[in-house]
Design a binder for this molecule. Structure first.
Ligand SMILES: Nc1ncnc2c1ncn2[C@@H]1O[C@H](COP(=O)(O)OP(=O)(O)O)[C@@H](O)[C@H]1O
Ligand SMILES: O=P(O)(O)OC[C@H](O)CO
Length: 494
C-alpha cells in the first residue's frame, strides 16, 4: 500500500517536491531556484520549459532522497504561483513565448484602456482591473505571438501547464482557486464568464476545464516516474497555505511570506466584498458525489516581500544570502532614519497602484547597508500591518494572532518586528512550507490516505510564537513614518 504523498510546490522563486509520510513528516525533498528574466523594467518572465524540467528533476530527486519508489506514492498535490500564465502549442508541447509572471507590469496601459469596465470586472470576478492578474497577460501574449492556428493553442496558468505535462498531454484543466485569479472566472457561478472573455478578448477554446481543487485531475504518465500516480489536488499556493493552517471557516486567516506576502482569510460559503480594497477569491473547493463544496476567501496581496531580499542579494549584491539579512539588521540599533517602499512591482493591497515604484527615503551620510537591509525587512512587515488593519476593519473583529509561513519567515528579526508593529503574537509553524504541506494534505485527503482534516492540521507543530516586546513603541513610530514614505512613492510612473 502506498506510504507517501508528494507535494509539488511551484513557487515564483523556485520549484520544490516534498514527500510526506502518514504522520505528516517530511521524508524527502528537492528544491531548485528558478531563473528570473527581466527583459525590461517592470517585466518579469519565466521559462515554462525550465519549470517543467525542474519539476521532473525535483520529483526524481525527492524520491531518491527518501529511498522509495514512485509506486509508494499515494497521490500528488500540486500548488503553484498564481496568475502567471502562458500559451503553448499542443502539437509540439512548446510554449509560444516565455510565461508572464504575476509581478509583471507590462499590461498596465492595457488595463487603463479598460477603465470603464472596472466596476463590472470587479462585480463578476471579485478582482480589480490590474496587470497582476492573468486576463491582460493572456491578451498581450495573443497579440504578441499571433498564432496562425488557434486550434493548436492552449492557454493556462502554471498548474495547468504542469498538469498537462504530468499527464503526458492528456489533461487540460485547472482548479477553482487558480481560475479565480485570472479575471476570467465568474466568482458566483465558478465558470468562465463570457462577458469577461469578451472584455479581454480571450477565446474560450484556449482555456482549461475548471475542476474542484480537491479531487482527481488525472494520472502521471508512466514514462515520467514509472508509475501512474493520481494528481488529487490542485490549489493556488496561497490557498494551499490557508488549507494547511486549518483556516476552513470565517475568522481564520494566515499570512505567507514568499516572493510576495499574501494575507488570506477564509470568508465562508458566500462571497464577501471588502470595503478596504481586498480581493474576493475562491478559498478551495472539494469534489463531492454530485458536484463540489465551496469556500471563499478575502485576500490582501502584497507584491514584494522575499523578492526585496532577493533583490538585495542579486540586484544590489549587498548580501550574499537571504539569511544574511537577519544578522545585518540586528547589527544596528534602528533603521537610522532610512525607510523603504517595497513597490518594485507597483503596490498591491490596499493601494492598488500600478504606477508606484520602489524607494529608499531618509538616507543621510551616516546610512549604512545594515540600515538599508533593516529598512527593507521593516517594510515587509509594515505592509502586512496595513493589510491586517484592512481585514480587521472589514470583519469588525480584530485578529488576535497572526499565523505565518513561507521562506522569509525564517528571519527572526522580521518575525519579531512583525509582532511589535502589529501588537499581537505571530505564530510560526515548524514546517514553513505550508503551501506544499497544504497541497499534500488536500491530495492525501482526496484519495483517503488521510481521513480527518481537523486532526491532520491540528497535529502541526508550532516552532515559535513571537510576542510583541520591548520594540513595540518604536515599531509603531516607524510605521507612521513609513506610511508617509509610501505616499511619496505612489503614482511615480504614469
Ligand atoms: N532568512 C530569510 N530572510 C528573509 N527572506 C528570506 C529568508 N530566507 C528566504 N527568504 C526569501 O523567501 C523567498 C522564498 O520563499 P518561498 O516561500 O520559497 O517563496 P516562493 O513560494 O515565492 O517561491 C525568497 O524571496 C527569499 O528571498
Ligand atoms: O510565489 P509566491 O509563494 O510568493 O506566491 C505567488 C502568488 O501566488 C502570486 O499571487
Amino acid at each position: 500500500m502506498p506510504q507517501y504523498v508528494m507535494a509539488l510546490d511551484l513557487g515564483t522563486t523556485g520549484n520544490r517536491a516534498i514527500l510526506f509520510n502518514r504522520a505528516g513528516d517530511i521524508v524527502g525533498q528537492a528544491y531548485k531556484e528558478l531563473t528570473q528574466h527581466y527583459p525590461q523594467p517592470g517585466w518579469v518572465e519565466h521559462d515554462a520549459m525550465e519549470i517543467w524540467q525542474d519539476v521532473q528533476w525535483a520529483m526524481k530527486t525527492a524520491i531518491a532522497e527518501a529511498k522509495i519508489s514512485a509506486s509508494d506514492i499515494a497521490a500528488i498535490g500540486l500548488t503553484v504561483q498564481r496568475e502567471t500564465c502562458l500559451l503553448w502549442d499542443k502539437t509540439t508541447g512548446e510554449p509560444l513565448h516565455k510565461a508572464i509572471v504575476w509581478q509583471d507590469r507590462r499590461t498596465a496601459d492595457m488595463c487603463a484602456t479598460l477603465a470603464d469596465k472596472k466596476a463590472d470586472i470587479y462585480e463578476r470576478s471579485g478582482l480589480f482591473l490590474d496587470a497582476y492578474f492573468s486576463g491582460t497577460k493572456l491578451r498581450w501574449l495573443l497579440n504578441k505571438t499571433q498564432p496562425a492556428n488557434l486550434d493548436n493553442v492552449l492557454a493556462g496558468t502554471i498548474d495547468t501547464w504542469a498538469l498537462w505535462n504530468l499527464t503526458g498531454g492528456n489533461v487540460h484543466a485547472t482548479d477553482h482557486s487558480n481560475a479565480s485569479r485570472t479575471l476570467l472566472m465568474n466568482l458566483a457561478n465558478q465558470q468562465w464568464d463570457d462577458t469577461l472573455l469578451n472584455t479581454f478578448g480571450i477565446p474560450r477554446s484556449l482555456l482549461a476545464d475548471i475542476k474542484p481543487s480537491q479531487g482527481i485531475f488525472g494520472y502521471t504518465d508512466p514514462s515520467i516516474l514509472g508509475a501512474e500516480i493520481p494528481i488529487a489536488a490542485i490549489l493556488g499556493d496561497q490557498q494551499a497555505a490557508l488549507f494547511a493552517h486549518g483556516c476552513d471557516r470565517p475568522g481564520l486567516l494566515k499570512c505567507t511570506y514568499g516572493t510576495g506576502a499574501f494575507l488570506v482569510a477564509h470568508s465562508g460559503k458566500e462571497i464577501v466584498r471588502s470595503n478596504n480594497q481586498l480581493l474576493s477569491t475562491i478559498g478551495w473547493t472539494t469534489a463531492t458525489d454530485g458536484g463540489y463544496d465551496l469556500g471563499y476567501g478575502l485576500e490582501g496581496s502584497m507584491f514584494t516581500a522575499g523578492a526585496c531580499i532577493q533583490w538585495l542579494r542579486d540586484g544590489l549584491q549587498i548580501i550574499d544570502s537571504a539569511a544574511d539579512s537577519e544578522p545585518l539588521a540586528l547589527s544596528v540599533e534602528d533603521n537610522g532614519g532610512v525607510y523603504f517602499v517595497p513597490a518594485l512591482s507597483g503596490l498591491g493591497a490596499p493601494h492598488w497602484d500600478m504606477g508606484a515604484r520602489g524607494a529608499f527615503l531618509g538616507i543621510t551620510r551616516g546610512a549604512t547597508k545594515a540600515h538599508m537591509v533593516r529598512a527593507v525587512l521593516e517594510a515587509i512587515a509594515n505592509q502586512v500591518r496595513e493589510v491586517v488593519t484592512a481585514i480587521n476593519d472589514d470583519s469588525g473583529t480584530p485578529i488576535t494572532t497572526l499565523k505565518v509561513d513561507g521562506g522569509a519567515c525564517h528571519n527572526n528579526f522580521l518575525m519579531q518586528y512583525q509582532a511589535d508593529v502589529l501588537g499581537i503574537p505571530v505564530e510560526r509553524p515548524a514546517v514553513l512550507d505550508a503551501t506544499a504541506q497544504g497541497s499534500a494534505f488536500a491530495a492525501g485527503l482526496a484519495v483517503g490516505y488521510w481521513d480527518d482534516y481537523t486532526a491532520l492540521v491540528s497535529s502541526r507543530k508550532i516552532d515559535k510564537t513571537f510576542e510583541p516586546g520591548a520594540g513595540k513603541a518604536a515599531a509603531q513610530e516607524n510605521f507612521a513614518t513609513w506610511e508617509r514614505a509610501v505616499e511619496r512613492a505612489k503614482g511615480w510612473i504614469g
